[in-house]
Design a protein around this ligand. Sequence first.
Ligand code: NDP
Length: 325
Amino acid sequence: MHTNLSANIYQTGDSSVFKLDTSLIEEPKAQQVLLKQTAIGVNYIDTYFRSGLYPIDLPATLGDEAVGVIEQVGEGVTEFSVGQRVAYSAAKGAYTQYRVIDINELVPIPDNIDDKSVATSLLRGMTVEYLFCRLHELKPSDVILIHAAAGGVGQIACQWARAVGATVIGTVSSAEKARIAKRNGCDFVINYTEQNFVKAVDEITNGQKVDVVYDGVGKDTFTQSLDCLRVRGLMVSFGNASGKPDPFDVLELSKKGSLYLTRPTLYHYTRNRQEILDSAARYLAMLEKGHINIQVGESFALSDVAKAHDYLVQRNRIGSPVLIP
Ligand code: NDP
Protein backbone atom coordinates (compact mmCIF):
# COMPACT_ATOMS: atom_id res chain seq x y z
CA MET A 1 0.00 0.00 0.00
CA HIS A 2 1.44 3.42 -0.98
CA THR A 3 1.57 6.46 1.24
CA ASN A 4 -0.23 9.53 0.00
CA LEU A 5 0.80 13.16 0.45
CA SER A 6 -1.89 15.85 0.40
CA ALA A 7 -2.03 19.60 1.08
CA ASN A 8 -4.92 20.56 3.36
CA ILE A 9 -6.35 23.54 5.18
CA TYR A 10 -7.67 23.46 8.73
CA GLN A 11 -8.51 27.16 8.82
CA THR A 12 -9.02 29.88 6.21
CA GLY A 13 -6.55 32.69 5.63
CA ASP A 14 -3.51 33.57 3.52
CA SER A 15 -1.38 30.99 1.72
CA SER A 16 0.44 30.05 4.96
CA VAL A 17 -2.61 28.02 6.12
CA PHE A 18 -1.67 24.94 4.04
CA LYS A 19 -0.49 21.85 5.98
CA LEU A 20 1.01 18.74 4.42
CA ASP A 21 -0.46 15.43 5.58
CA THR A 22 0.41 11.83 4.83
CA SER A 23 -2.13 9.02 4.88
CA LEU A 24 -2.67 5.57 3.43
CA ILE A 25 -4.23 5.41 0.02
CA GLU A 26 -7.87 4.32 -0.08
CA GLU A 27 -9.22 1.52 -2.25
CA PRO A 28 -11.64 2.56 -5.00
CA LYS A 29 -15.23 1.47 -4.37
CA ALA A 30 -17.86 0.65 -7.02
CA GLN A 31 -17.84 3.15 -9.90
CA GLN A 32 -14.63 4.74 -8.61
CA VAL A 33 -10.98 4.62 -9.69
CA LEU A 34 -7.66 5.27 -7.97
CA LEU A 35 -5.70 7.98 -9.82
CA LYS A 36 -1.98 8.60 -9.59
CA GLN A 37 -2.04 12.31 -10.30
CA THR A 38 0.64 13.78 -12.57
CA ALA A 39 -0.32 17.48 -12.78
CA ILE A 40 -2.72 19.55 -10.69
CA GLY A 41 -4.27 22.86 -11.77
CA VAL A 42 -4.38 25.88 -9.46
CA ASN A 43 -7.33 28.23 -9.90
CA TYR A 44 -8.66 31.45 -8.41
CA ILE A 45 -11.57 29.52 -6.93
CA ASP A 46 -9.03 27.62 -4.77
CA THR A 47 -7.84 30.97 -3.38
CA TYR A 48 -11.45 32.07 -2.74
CA PHE A 49 -12.07 28.92 -0.64
CA ARG A 50 -8.67 29.22 1.07
CA SER A 51 -9.22 32.87 2.03
CA GLY A 52 -12.79 32.30 3.25
CA LEU A 53 -14.40 34.45 0.51
CA TYR A 54 -16.39 31.32 -0.44
CA PRO A 55 -17.64 29.20 2.51
CA ILE A 56 -16.13 25.74 2.96
CA ASP A 57 -16.33 22.93 5.54
CA LEU A 58 -12.99 22.38 7.29
CA PRO A 59 -10.65 20.62 7.17
CA ALA A 60 -10.56 20.61 3.39
CA THR A 61 -8.43 19.47 0.48
CA LEU A 62 -8.65 22.22 -2.14
CA GLY A 63 -8.14 22.02 -5.88
CA ASP A 64 -10.74 21.27 -8.53
CA GLU A 65 -8.73 19.89 -11.43
CA ALA A 66 -5.95 17.48 -12.23
CA VAL A 67 -4.62 14.98 -14.74
CA GLY A 68 -3.61 11.47 -13.72
CA VAL A 69 -3.18 7.85 -14.70
CA ILE A 70 -5.62 5.21 -13.48
CA GLU A 71 -3.85 2.76 -11.13
CA GLN A 72 -6.81 0.67 -10.00
CA VAL A 73 -10.50 0.43 -10.91
CA GLY A 74 -13.38 -0.31 -8.54
CA GLU A 75 -16.25 -2.72 -9.11
CA GLY A 76 -18.39 -2.14 -12.17
CA VAL A 77 -16.03 0.28 -13.93
CA THR A 78 -16.14 -0.46 -17.66
CA GLU A 79 -15.73 3.03 -19.17
CA PHE A 80 -12.11 3.43 -17.99
CA SER A 81 -9.18 1.05 -17.62
CA VAL A 82 -5.89 0.78 -15.70
CA GLY A 83 -3.11 2.83 -17.34
CA GLN A 84 -5.50 5.30 -19.00
CA ARG A 85 -4.76 9.07 -18.79
CA VAL A 86 -7.75 11.05 -17.59
CA ALA A 87 -8.60 14.48 -16.18
CA TYR A 88 -11.27 16.22 -14.12
CA SER A 89 -12.11 19.86 -13.66
CA ALA A 90 -14.81 20.47 -11.09
CA ALA A 91 -14.22 18.01 -8.24
CA LYS A 92 -12.82 19.50 -5.06
CA GLY A 93 -9.96 17.57 -3.43
CA ALA A 94 -7.23 17.72 -6.10
CA TYR A 95 -4.22 18.76 -3.99
CA THR A 96 -3.03 15.20 -3.40
CA GLN A 97 -0.69 12.67 -4.99
CA TYR A 98 -3.22 9.84 -5.23
CA ARG A 99 -6.95 10.28 -5.38
CA VAL A 100 -9.93 7.96 -5.31
CA ILE A 101 -12.59 9.58 -7.47
CA ASP A 102 -16.02 8.78 -8.94
CA ILE A 103 -15.80 7.97 -12.63
CA ASN A 104 -18.62 10.46 -13.28
CA GLU A 105 -16.08 13.26 -12.78
CA LEU A 106 -13.54 11.94 -15.30
CA VAL A 107 -12.96 12.76 -18.94
CA PRO A 108 -10.62 10.99 -21.34
CA ILE A 109 -7.87 13.19 -22.78
CA PRO A 110 -6.19 13.04 -26.20
CA ASP A 111 -2.70 11.45 -26.34
CA ASN A 112 -1.15 14.41 -28.14
CA ILE A 113 -1.91 17.01 -25.44
CA ASP A 114 0.54 17.02 -22.51
CA ASP A 115 -0.47 16.74 -18.86
CA LYS A 116 0.52 20.28 -17.85
CA SER A 117 -1.41 21.90 -20.69
CA VAL A 118 -4.56 19.99 -19.71
CA ALA A 119 -4.14 20.50 -15.95
CA THR A 120 -3.68 24.25 -16.32
CA SER A 121 -6.50 24.75 -18.77
CA LEU A 122 -9.34 22.22 -18.56
CA LEU A 123 -11.31 24.16 -15.94
CA ARG A 124 -10.60 27.49 -17.66
CA GLY A 125 -11.37 26.02 -21.10
CA MET A 126 -14.65 24.47 -19.96
CA THR A 127 -15.50 27.85 -18.46
CA VAL A 128 -14.99 29.53 -21.83
CA GLU A 129 -17.03 26.71 -23.41
CA TYR A 130 -20.08 27.44 -21.27
CA LEU A 131 -19.58 31.22 -21.56
CA PHE A 132 -19.42 31.13 -25.39
CA CYS A 133 -21.56 28.11 -26.28
CA ARG A 134 -24.29 27.90 -23.65
CA LEU A 135 -24.65 30.99 -21.44
CA HIS A 136 -24.76 33.08 -24.64
CA GLU A 137 -23.99 31.55 -28.03
CA LEU A 138 -21.19 33.72 -29.41
CA LYS A 139 -21.79 34.84 -33.00
CA PRO A 140 -19.45 36.32 -35.63
CA SER A 141 -21.48 39.54 -35.46
CA ASP A 142 -20.91 39.95 -31.69
CA VAL A 143 -18.64 42.68 -30.36
CA ILE A 144 -17.41 41.67 -26.91
CA LEU A 145 -15.23 43.05 -24.11
CA ILE A 146 -12.99 40.59 -22.23
CA HIS A 147 -11.21 41.85 -19.12
CA ALA A 148 -7.74 40.47 -18.22
CA ALA A 149 -7.44 39.30 -21.83
CA ALA A 150 -3.89 37.98 -21.32
CA GLY A 151 -4.82 35.92 -18.21
CA GLY A 152 -5.56 32.19 -18.17
CA VAL A 153 -9.27 32.40 -19.04
CA GLY A 154 -8.62 35.53 -21.12
CA GLN A 155 -6.11 33.89 -23.44
CA ILE A 156 -8.41 30.94 -24.10
CA ALA A 157 -11.40 33.27 -24.59
CA CYS A 158 -9.57 35.48 -27.12
CA GLN A 159 -8.46 32.50 -29.19
CA TRP A 160 -11.92 30.89 -29.06
CA ALA A 161 -13.62 34.18 -30.04
CA ARG A 162 -11.18 34.56 -32.95
CA ALA A 163 -12.16 31.07 -34.17
CA VAL A 164 -15.84 32.10 -34.01
CA GLY A 165 -15.10 35.37 -35.82
CA ALA A 166 -16.44 37.73 -33.12
CA THR A 167 -14.85 41.15 -32.62
CA VAL A 168 -12.88 41.21 -29.37
CA ILE A 169 -11.86 44.18 -27.27
CA GLY A 170 -9.56 43.13 -24.43
CA THR A 171 -8.22 44.90 -21.35
CA VAL A 172 -4.72 44.28 -19.94
CA SER A 173 -2.37 45.96 -17.46
CA SER A 174 0.94 46.05 -19.38
CA ALA A 175 2.54 46.33 -22.81
CA GLU A 176 3.75 42.72 -22.62
CA LYS A 177 0.21 41.52 -21.90
CA ALA A 178 -1.10 43.70 -24.74
CA ARG A 179 1.21 41.84 -27.15
CA ILE A 180 -0.05 38.49 -25.85
CA ALA A 181 -3.69 39.54 -26.20
CA LYS A 182 -3.08 40.73 -29.78
CA ARG A 183 -1.29 37.51 -30.66
CA ASN A 184 -4.31 35.58 -29.37
CA GLY A 185 -6.70 37.40 -31.66
CA CYS A 186 -7.78 40.41 -29.63
CA ASP A 187 -8.81 42.98 -32.25
CA PHE A 188 -8.45 45.99 -29.92
CA VAL A 189 -6.42 46.07 -26.70
CA ILE A 190 -6.89 48.64 -23.92
CA ASN A 191 -4.35 49.09 -21.13
CA TYR A 192 -6.88 49.80 -18.37
CA THR A 193 -4.17 50.94 -15.95
CA GLU A 194 -3.40 53.85 -18.29
CA GLN A 195 -6.68 54.49 -20.10
CA ASN A 196 -10.32 54.80 -19.02
CA PHE A 197 -11.69 51.63 -20.59
CA VAL A 198 -15.29 52.91 -20.86
CA LYS A 199 -14.10 55.85 -22.94
CA ALA A 200 -11.82 53.61 -25.02
CA VAL A 201 -14.65 51.15 -25.75
CA ASP A 202 -16.87 54.07 -26.77
CA GLU A 203 -14.21 55.31 -29.20
CA ILE A 204 -13.43 51.87 -30.64
CA THR A 205 -17.12 51.12 -31.27
CA ASN A 206 -18.05 54.65 -32.45
CA GLY A 207 -20.46 54.94 -29.52
CA GLN A 208 -22.22 51.65 -30.31
CA LYS A 209 -20.69 49.88 -27.26
CA VAL A 210 -20.48 46.09 -26.91
CA ASP A 211 -22.96 43.21 -26.91
CA VAL A 212 -21.39 41.29 -24.02
CA VAL A 213 -18.85 42.05 -21.28
CA TYR A 214 -16.98 39.09 -19.72
CA ASP A 215 -15.68 40.38 -16.38
CA GLY A 216 -13.51 38.10 -14.24
CA VAL A 217 -11.78 41.04 -12.53
CA GLY A 218 -14.76 41.96 -10.33
CA LYS A 219 -14.51 44.79 -7.80
CA ASP A 220 -12.29 47.16 -9.83
CA THR A 221 -14.20 46.85 -13.12
CA PHE A 222 -17.79 45.77 -12.41
CA THR A 223 -19.56 49.15 -12.37
CA GLN A 224 -17.70 50.60 -15.34
CA SER A 225 -18.23 47.38 -17.29
CA LEU A 226 -21.96 48.07 -17.27
CA ASP A 227 -21.25 51.40 -19.00
CA CYS A 228 -19.61 49.56 -21.91
CA LEU A 229 -22.83 47.72 -22.84
CA ARG A 230 -25.32 48.60 -25.57
CA VAL A 231 -29.03 48.69 -24.75
CA ARG A 232 -30.13 45.16 -23.73
CA GLY A 233 -26.49 44.06 -23.58
CA LEU A 234 -25.30 41.18 -21.41
CA MET A 235 -23.03 41.59 -18.38
CA VAL A 236 -21.29 38.36 -17.39
CA SER A 237 -19.60 38.83 -14.02
CA PHE A 238 -17.71 35.56 -13.60
CA GLY A 239 -14.87 36.24 -11.17
CA ASN A 240 -13.29 38.28 -8.40
CA ALA A 241 -9.56 38.61 -9.25
CA SER A 242 -9.52 42.13 -7.73
CA GLY A 243 -12.09 41.31 -5.03
CA LYS A 244 -15.86 40.80 -4.85
CA PRO A 245 -17.91 43.50 -6.62
CA ASP A 246 -19.66 45.95 -4.31
CA PRO A 247 -23.38 45.47 -3.52
CA PHE A 248 -25.47 46.42 -6.52
CA ASP A 249 -28.79 48.24 -7.07
CA VAL A 250 -30.79 46.32 -9.70
CA LEU A 251 -32.43 49.58 -10.88
CA GLU A 252 -29.04 50.38 -12.45
CA LEU A 253 -29.76 47.67 -15.03
CA SER A 254 -32.83 49.60 -16.16
CA LYS A 255 -31.12 53.01 -16.12
CA LYS A 256 -28.16 51.76 -18.15
CA GLY A 257 -30.32 50.22 -20.90
CA SER A 258 -32.43 47.24 -19.74
CA LEU A 259 -29.25 45.25 -19.32
CA TYR A 260 -29.01 41.55 -18.51
CA LEU A 261 -26.73 40.49 -15.65
CA THR A 262 -25.57 36.99 -14.78
CA ARG A 263 -23.08 35.68 -12.22
CA PRO A 264 -22.38 32.14 -13.44
CA THR A 265 -20.15 29.38 -12.10
CA LEU A 266 -18.79 26.29 -13.85
CA TYR A 267 -20.43 23.98 -11.28
CA HIS A 268 -23.87 24.94 -12.58
CA TYR A 269 -22.82 24.21 -16.17
CA THR A 270 -21.40 20.78 -15.28
CA ARG A 271 -24.36 19.42 -13.33
CA ASN A 272 -24.31 15.90 -14.75
CA ARG A 273 -22.10 13.44 -16.61
CA GLN A 274 -23.32 14.49 -20.05
CA GLU A 275 -22.65 18.20 -19.43
CA ILE A 276 -19.13 17.40 -18.19
CA LEU A 277 -18.34 15.15 -21.18
CA ASP A 278 -19.80 17.56 -23.75
CA SER A 279 -18.10 20.64 -22.31
CA ALA A 280 -14.69 18.93 -22.04
CA ALA A 281 -15.00 17.43 -25.52
CA ARG A 282 -15.84 20.82 -27.09
CA TYR A 283 -12.88 22.46 -25.36
CA LEU A 284 -10.39 19.66 -26.07
CA ALA A 285 -11.47 19.67 -29.74
CA MET A 286 -10.50 23.36 -29.91
CA LEU A 287 -7.04 22.42 -28.59
CA GLU A 288 -6.67 19.48 -30.95
CA LYS A 289 -7.67 21.54 -33.98
CA GLY A 290 -5.00 24.09 -33.02
CA HIS A 291 -7.51 26.94 -32.52
CA ILE A 292 -6.23 27.33 -28.95
CA ASN A 293 -2.68 27.12 -27.61
CA ILE A 294 -1.97 27.00 -23.89
CA GLN A 295 0.80 28.95 -22.23
CA VAL A 296 1.70 26.98 -19.10
CA GLY A 297 3.08 29.02 -16.18
CA GLU A 298 5.55 27.96 -13.51
CA SER A 299 5.60 24.41 -12.06
CA PHE A 300 5.63 23.89 -8.28
CA ALA A 301 5.99 20.79 -6.09
CA LEU A 302 2.78 19.89 -4.24
CA SER A 303 4.61 20.78 -1.02
CA ASP A 304 5.05 24.31 -2.42
CA VAL A 305 1.32 24.85 -2.89
CA ALA A 306 1.49 28.12 -0.92
CA LYS A 307 4.00 29.49 -3.45
CA ALA A 308 1.73 28.40 -6.29
CA HIS A 309 -1.19 30.32 -4.73
CA ASP A 310 0.96 33.43 -4.33
CA TYR A 311 2.16 33.08 -7.93
CA LEU A 312 -1.42 32.78 -9.27
CA VAL A 313 -2.57 36.06 -7.73
CA GLN A 314 0.57 38.00 -8.75
CA ARG A 315 -0.66 40.33 -11.38
CA ASN A 316 2.46 40.48 -13.56
CA ARG A 317 2.89 36.75 -14.22
CA ILE A 318 2.03 35.12 -17.54
CA GLY A 319 0.60 31.60 -17.71
CA SER A 320 -1.28 29.58 -15.09
CA PRO A 321 0.71 27.64 -12.46
CA VAL A 322 0.75 23.86 -12.10
CA LEU A 323 1.49 21.56 -9.14
CA ILE A 324 3.55 18.45 -9.74
CA PRO A 325 2.73 15.84 -7.06
P1 NDP B 1 -5.93 35.11 -14.61
O1 NDP B 1 -4.75 34.37 -15.13
O2 NDP B 1 -6.82 35.76 -15.60
O3 NDP B 1 -5.46 36.16 -13.53
C1 NDP B 1 -6.31 37.21 -13.13
C2 NDP B 1 -6.06 38.46 -13.95
O4 NDP B 1 -6.91 39.47 -13.46
C3 NDP B 1 -4.66 39.01 -13.81
O5 NDP B 1 -3.76 38.43 -14.72
C4 NDP B 1 -4.86 40.48 -14.06
O6 NDP B 1 -4.73 40.78 -15.45
C5 NDP B 1 -6.32 40.72 -13.66
N1 NDP B 1 -6.41 41.53 -12.44
C6 NDP B 1 -7.01 42.72 -12.34
N2 NDP B 1 -6.92 43.20 -11.10
C7 NDP B 1 -6.23 42.30 -10.39
C8 NDP B 1 -5.80 42.24 -9.05
N3 NDP B 1 -6.10 43.22 -8.16
N4 NDP B 1 -5.10 41.16 -8.64
C9 NDP B 1 -4.81 40.17 -9.48
N5 NDP B 1 -5.20 40.17 -10.78
C10 NDP B 1 -5.90 41.23 -11.23
O7 NDP B 1 -6.78 34.11 -13.73
P2 NDP B 1 -7.68 32.89 -14.22
O8 NDP B 1 -7.65 32.75 -15.67
O9 NDP B 1 -7.34 31.74 -13.40
O10 NDP B 1 -9.14 33.38 -13.76
C11 NDP B 1 -9.69 34.58 -14.26
C12 NDP B 1 -11.00 34.86 -13.56
O11 NDP B 1 -11.95 33.89 -13.97
C13 NDP B 1 -10.92 34.78 -12.03
O12 NDP B 1 -11.67 35.81 -11.48
C14 NDP B 1 -11.59 33.45 -11.73
O13 NDP B 1 -12.20 33.41 -10.47
C15 NDP B 1 -12.62 33.42 -12.83
N6 NDP B 1 -13.15 32.09 -13.12
C16 NDP B 1 -14.49 31.91 -13.02
C17 NDP B 1 -15.07 30.72 -13.33
C18 NDP B 1 -16.55 30.61 -13.30
O14 NDP B 1 -17.10 29.60 -13.75
N7 NDP B 1 -17.25 31.59 -12.78
C19 NDP B 1 -14.25 29.55 -13.68
C20 NDP B 1 -12.84 29.86 -13.83
C21 NDP B 1 -12.31 31.08 -13.52
P3 NDP B 1 -4.19 42.25 -15.84
O15 NDP B 1 -2.86 42.36 -15.17
O16 NDP B 1 -4.10 42.25 -17.31
O17 NDP B 1 -5.19 43.21 -15.27
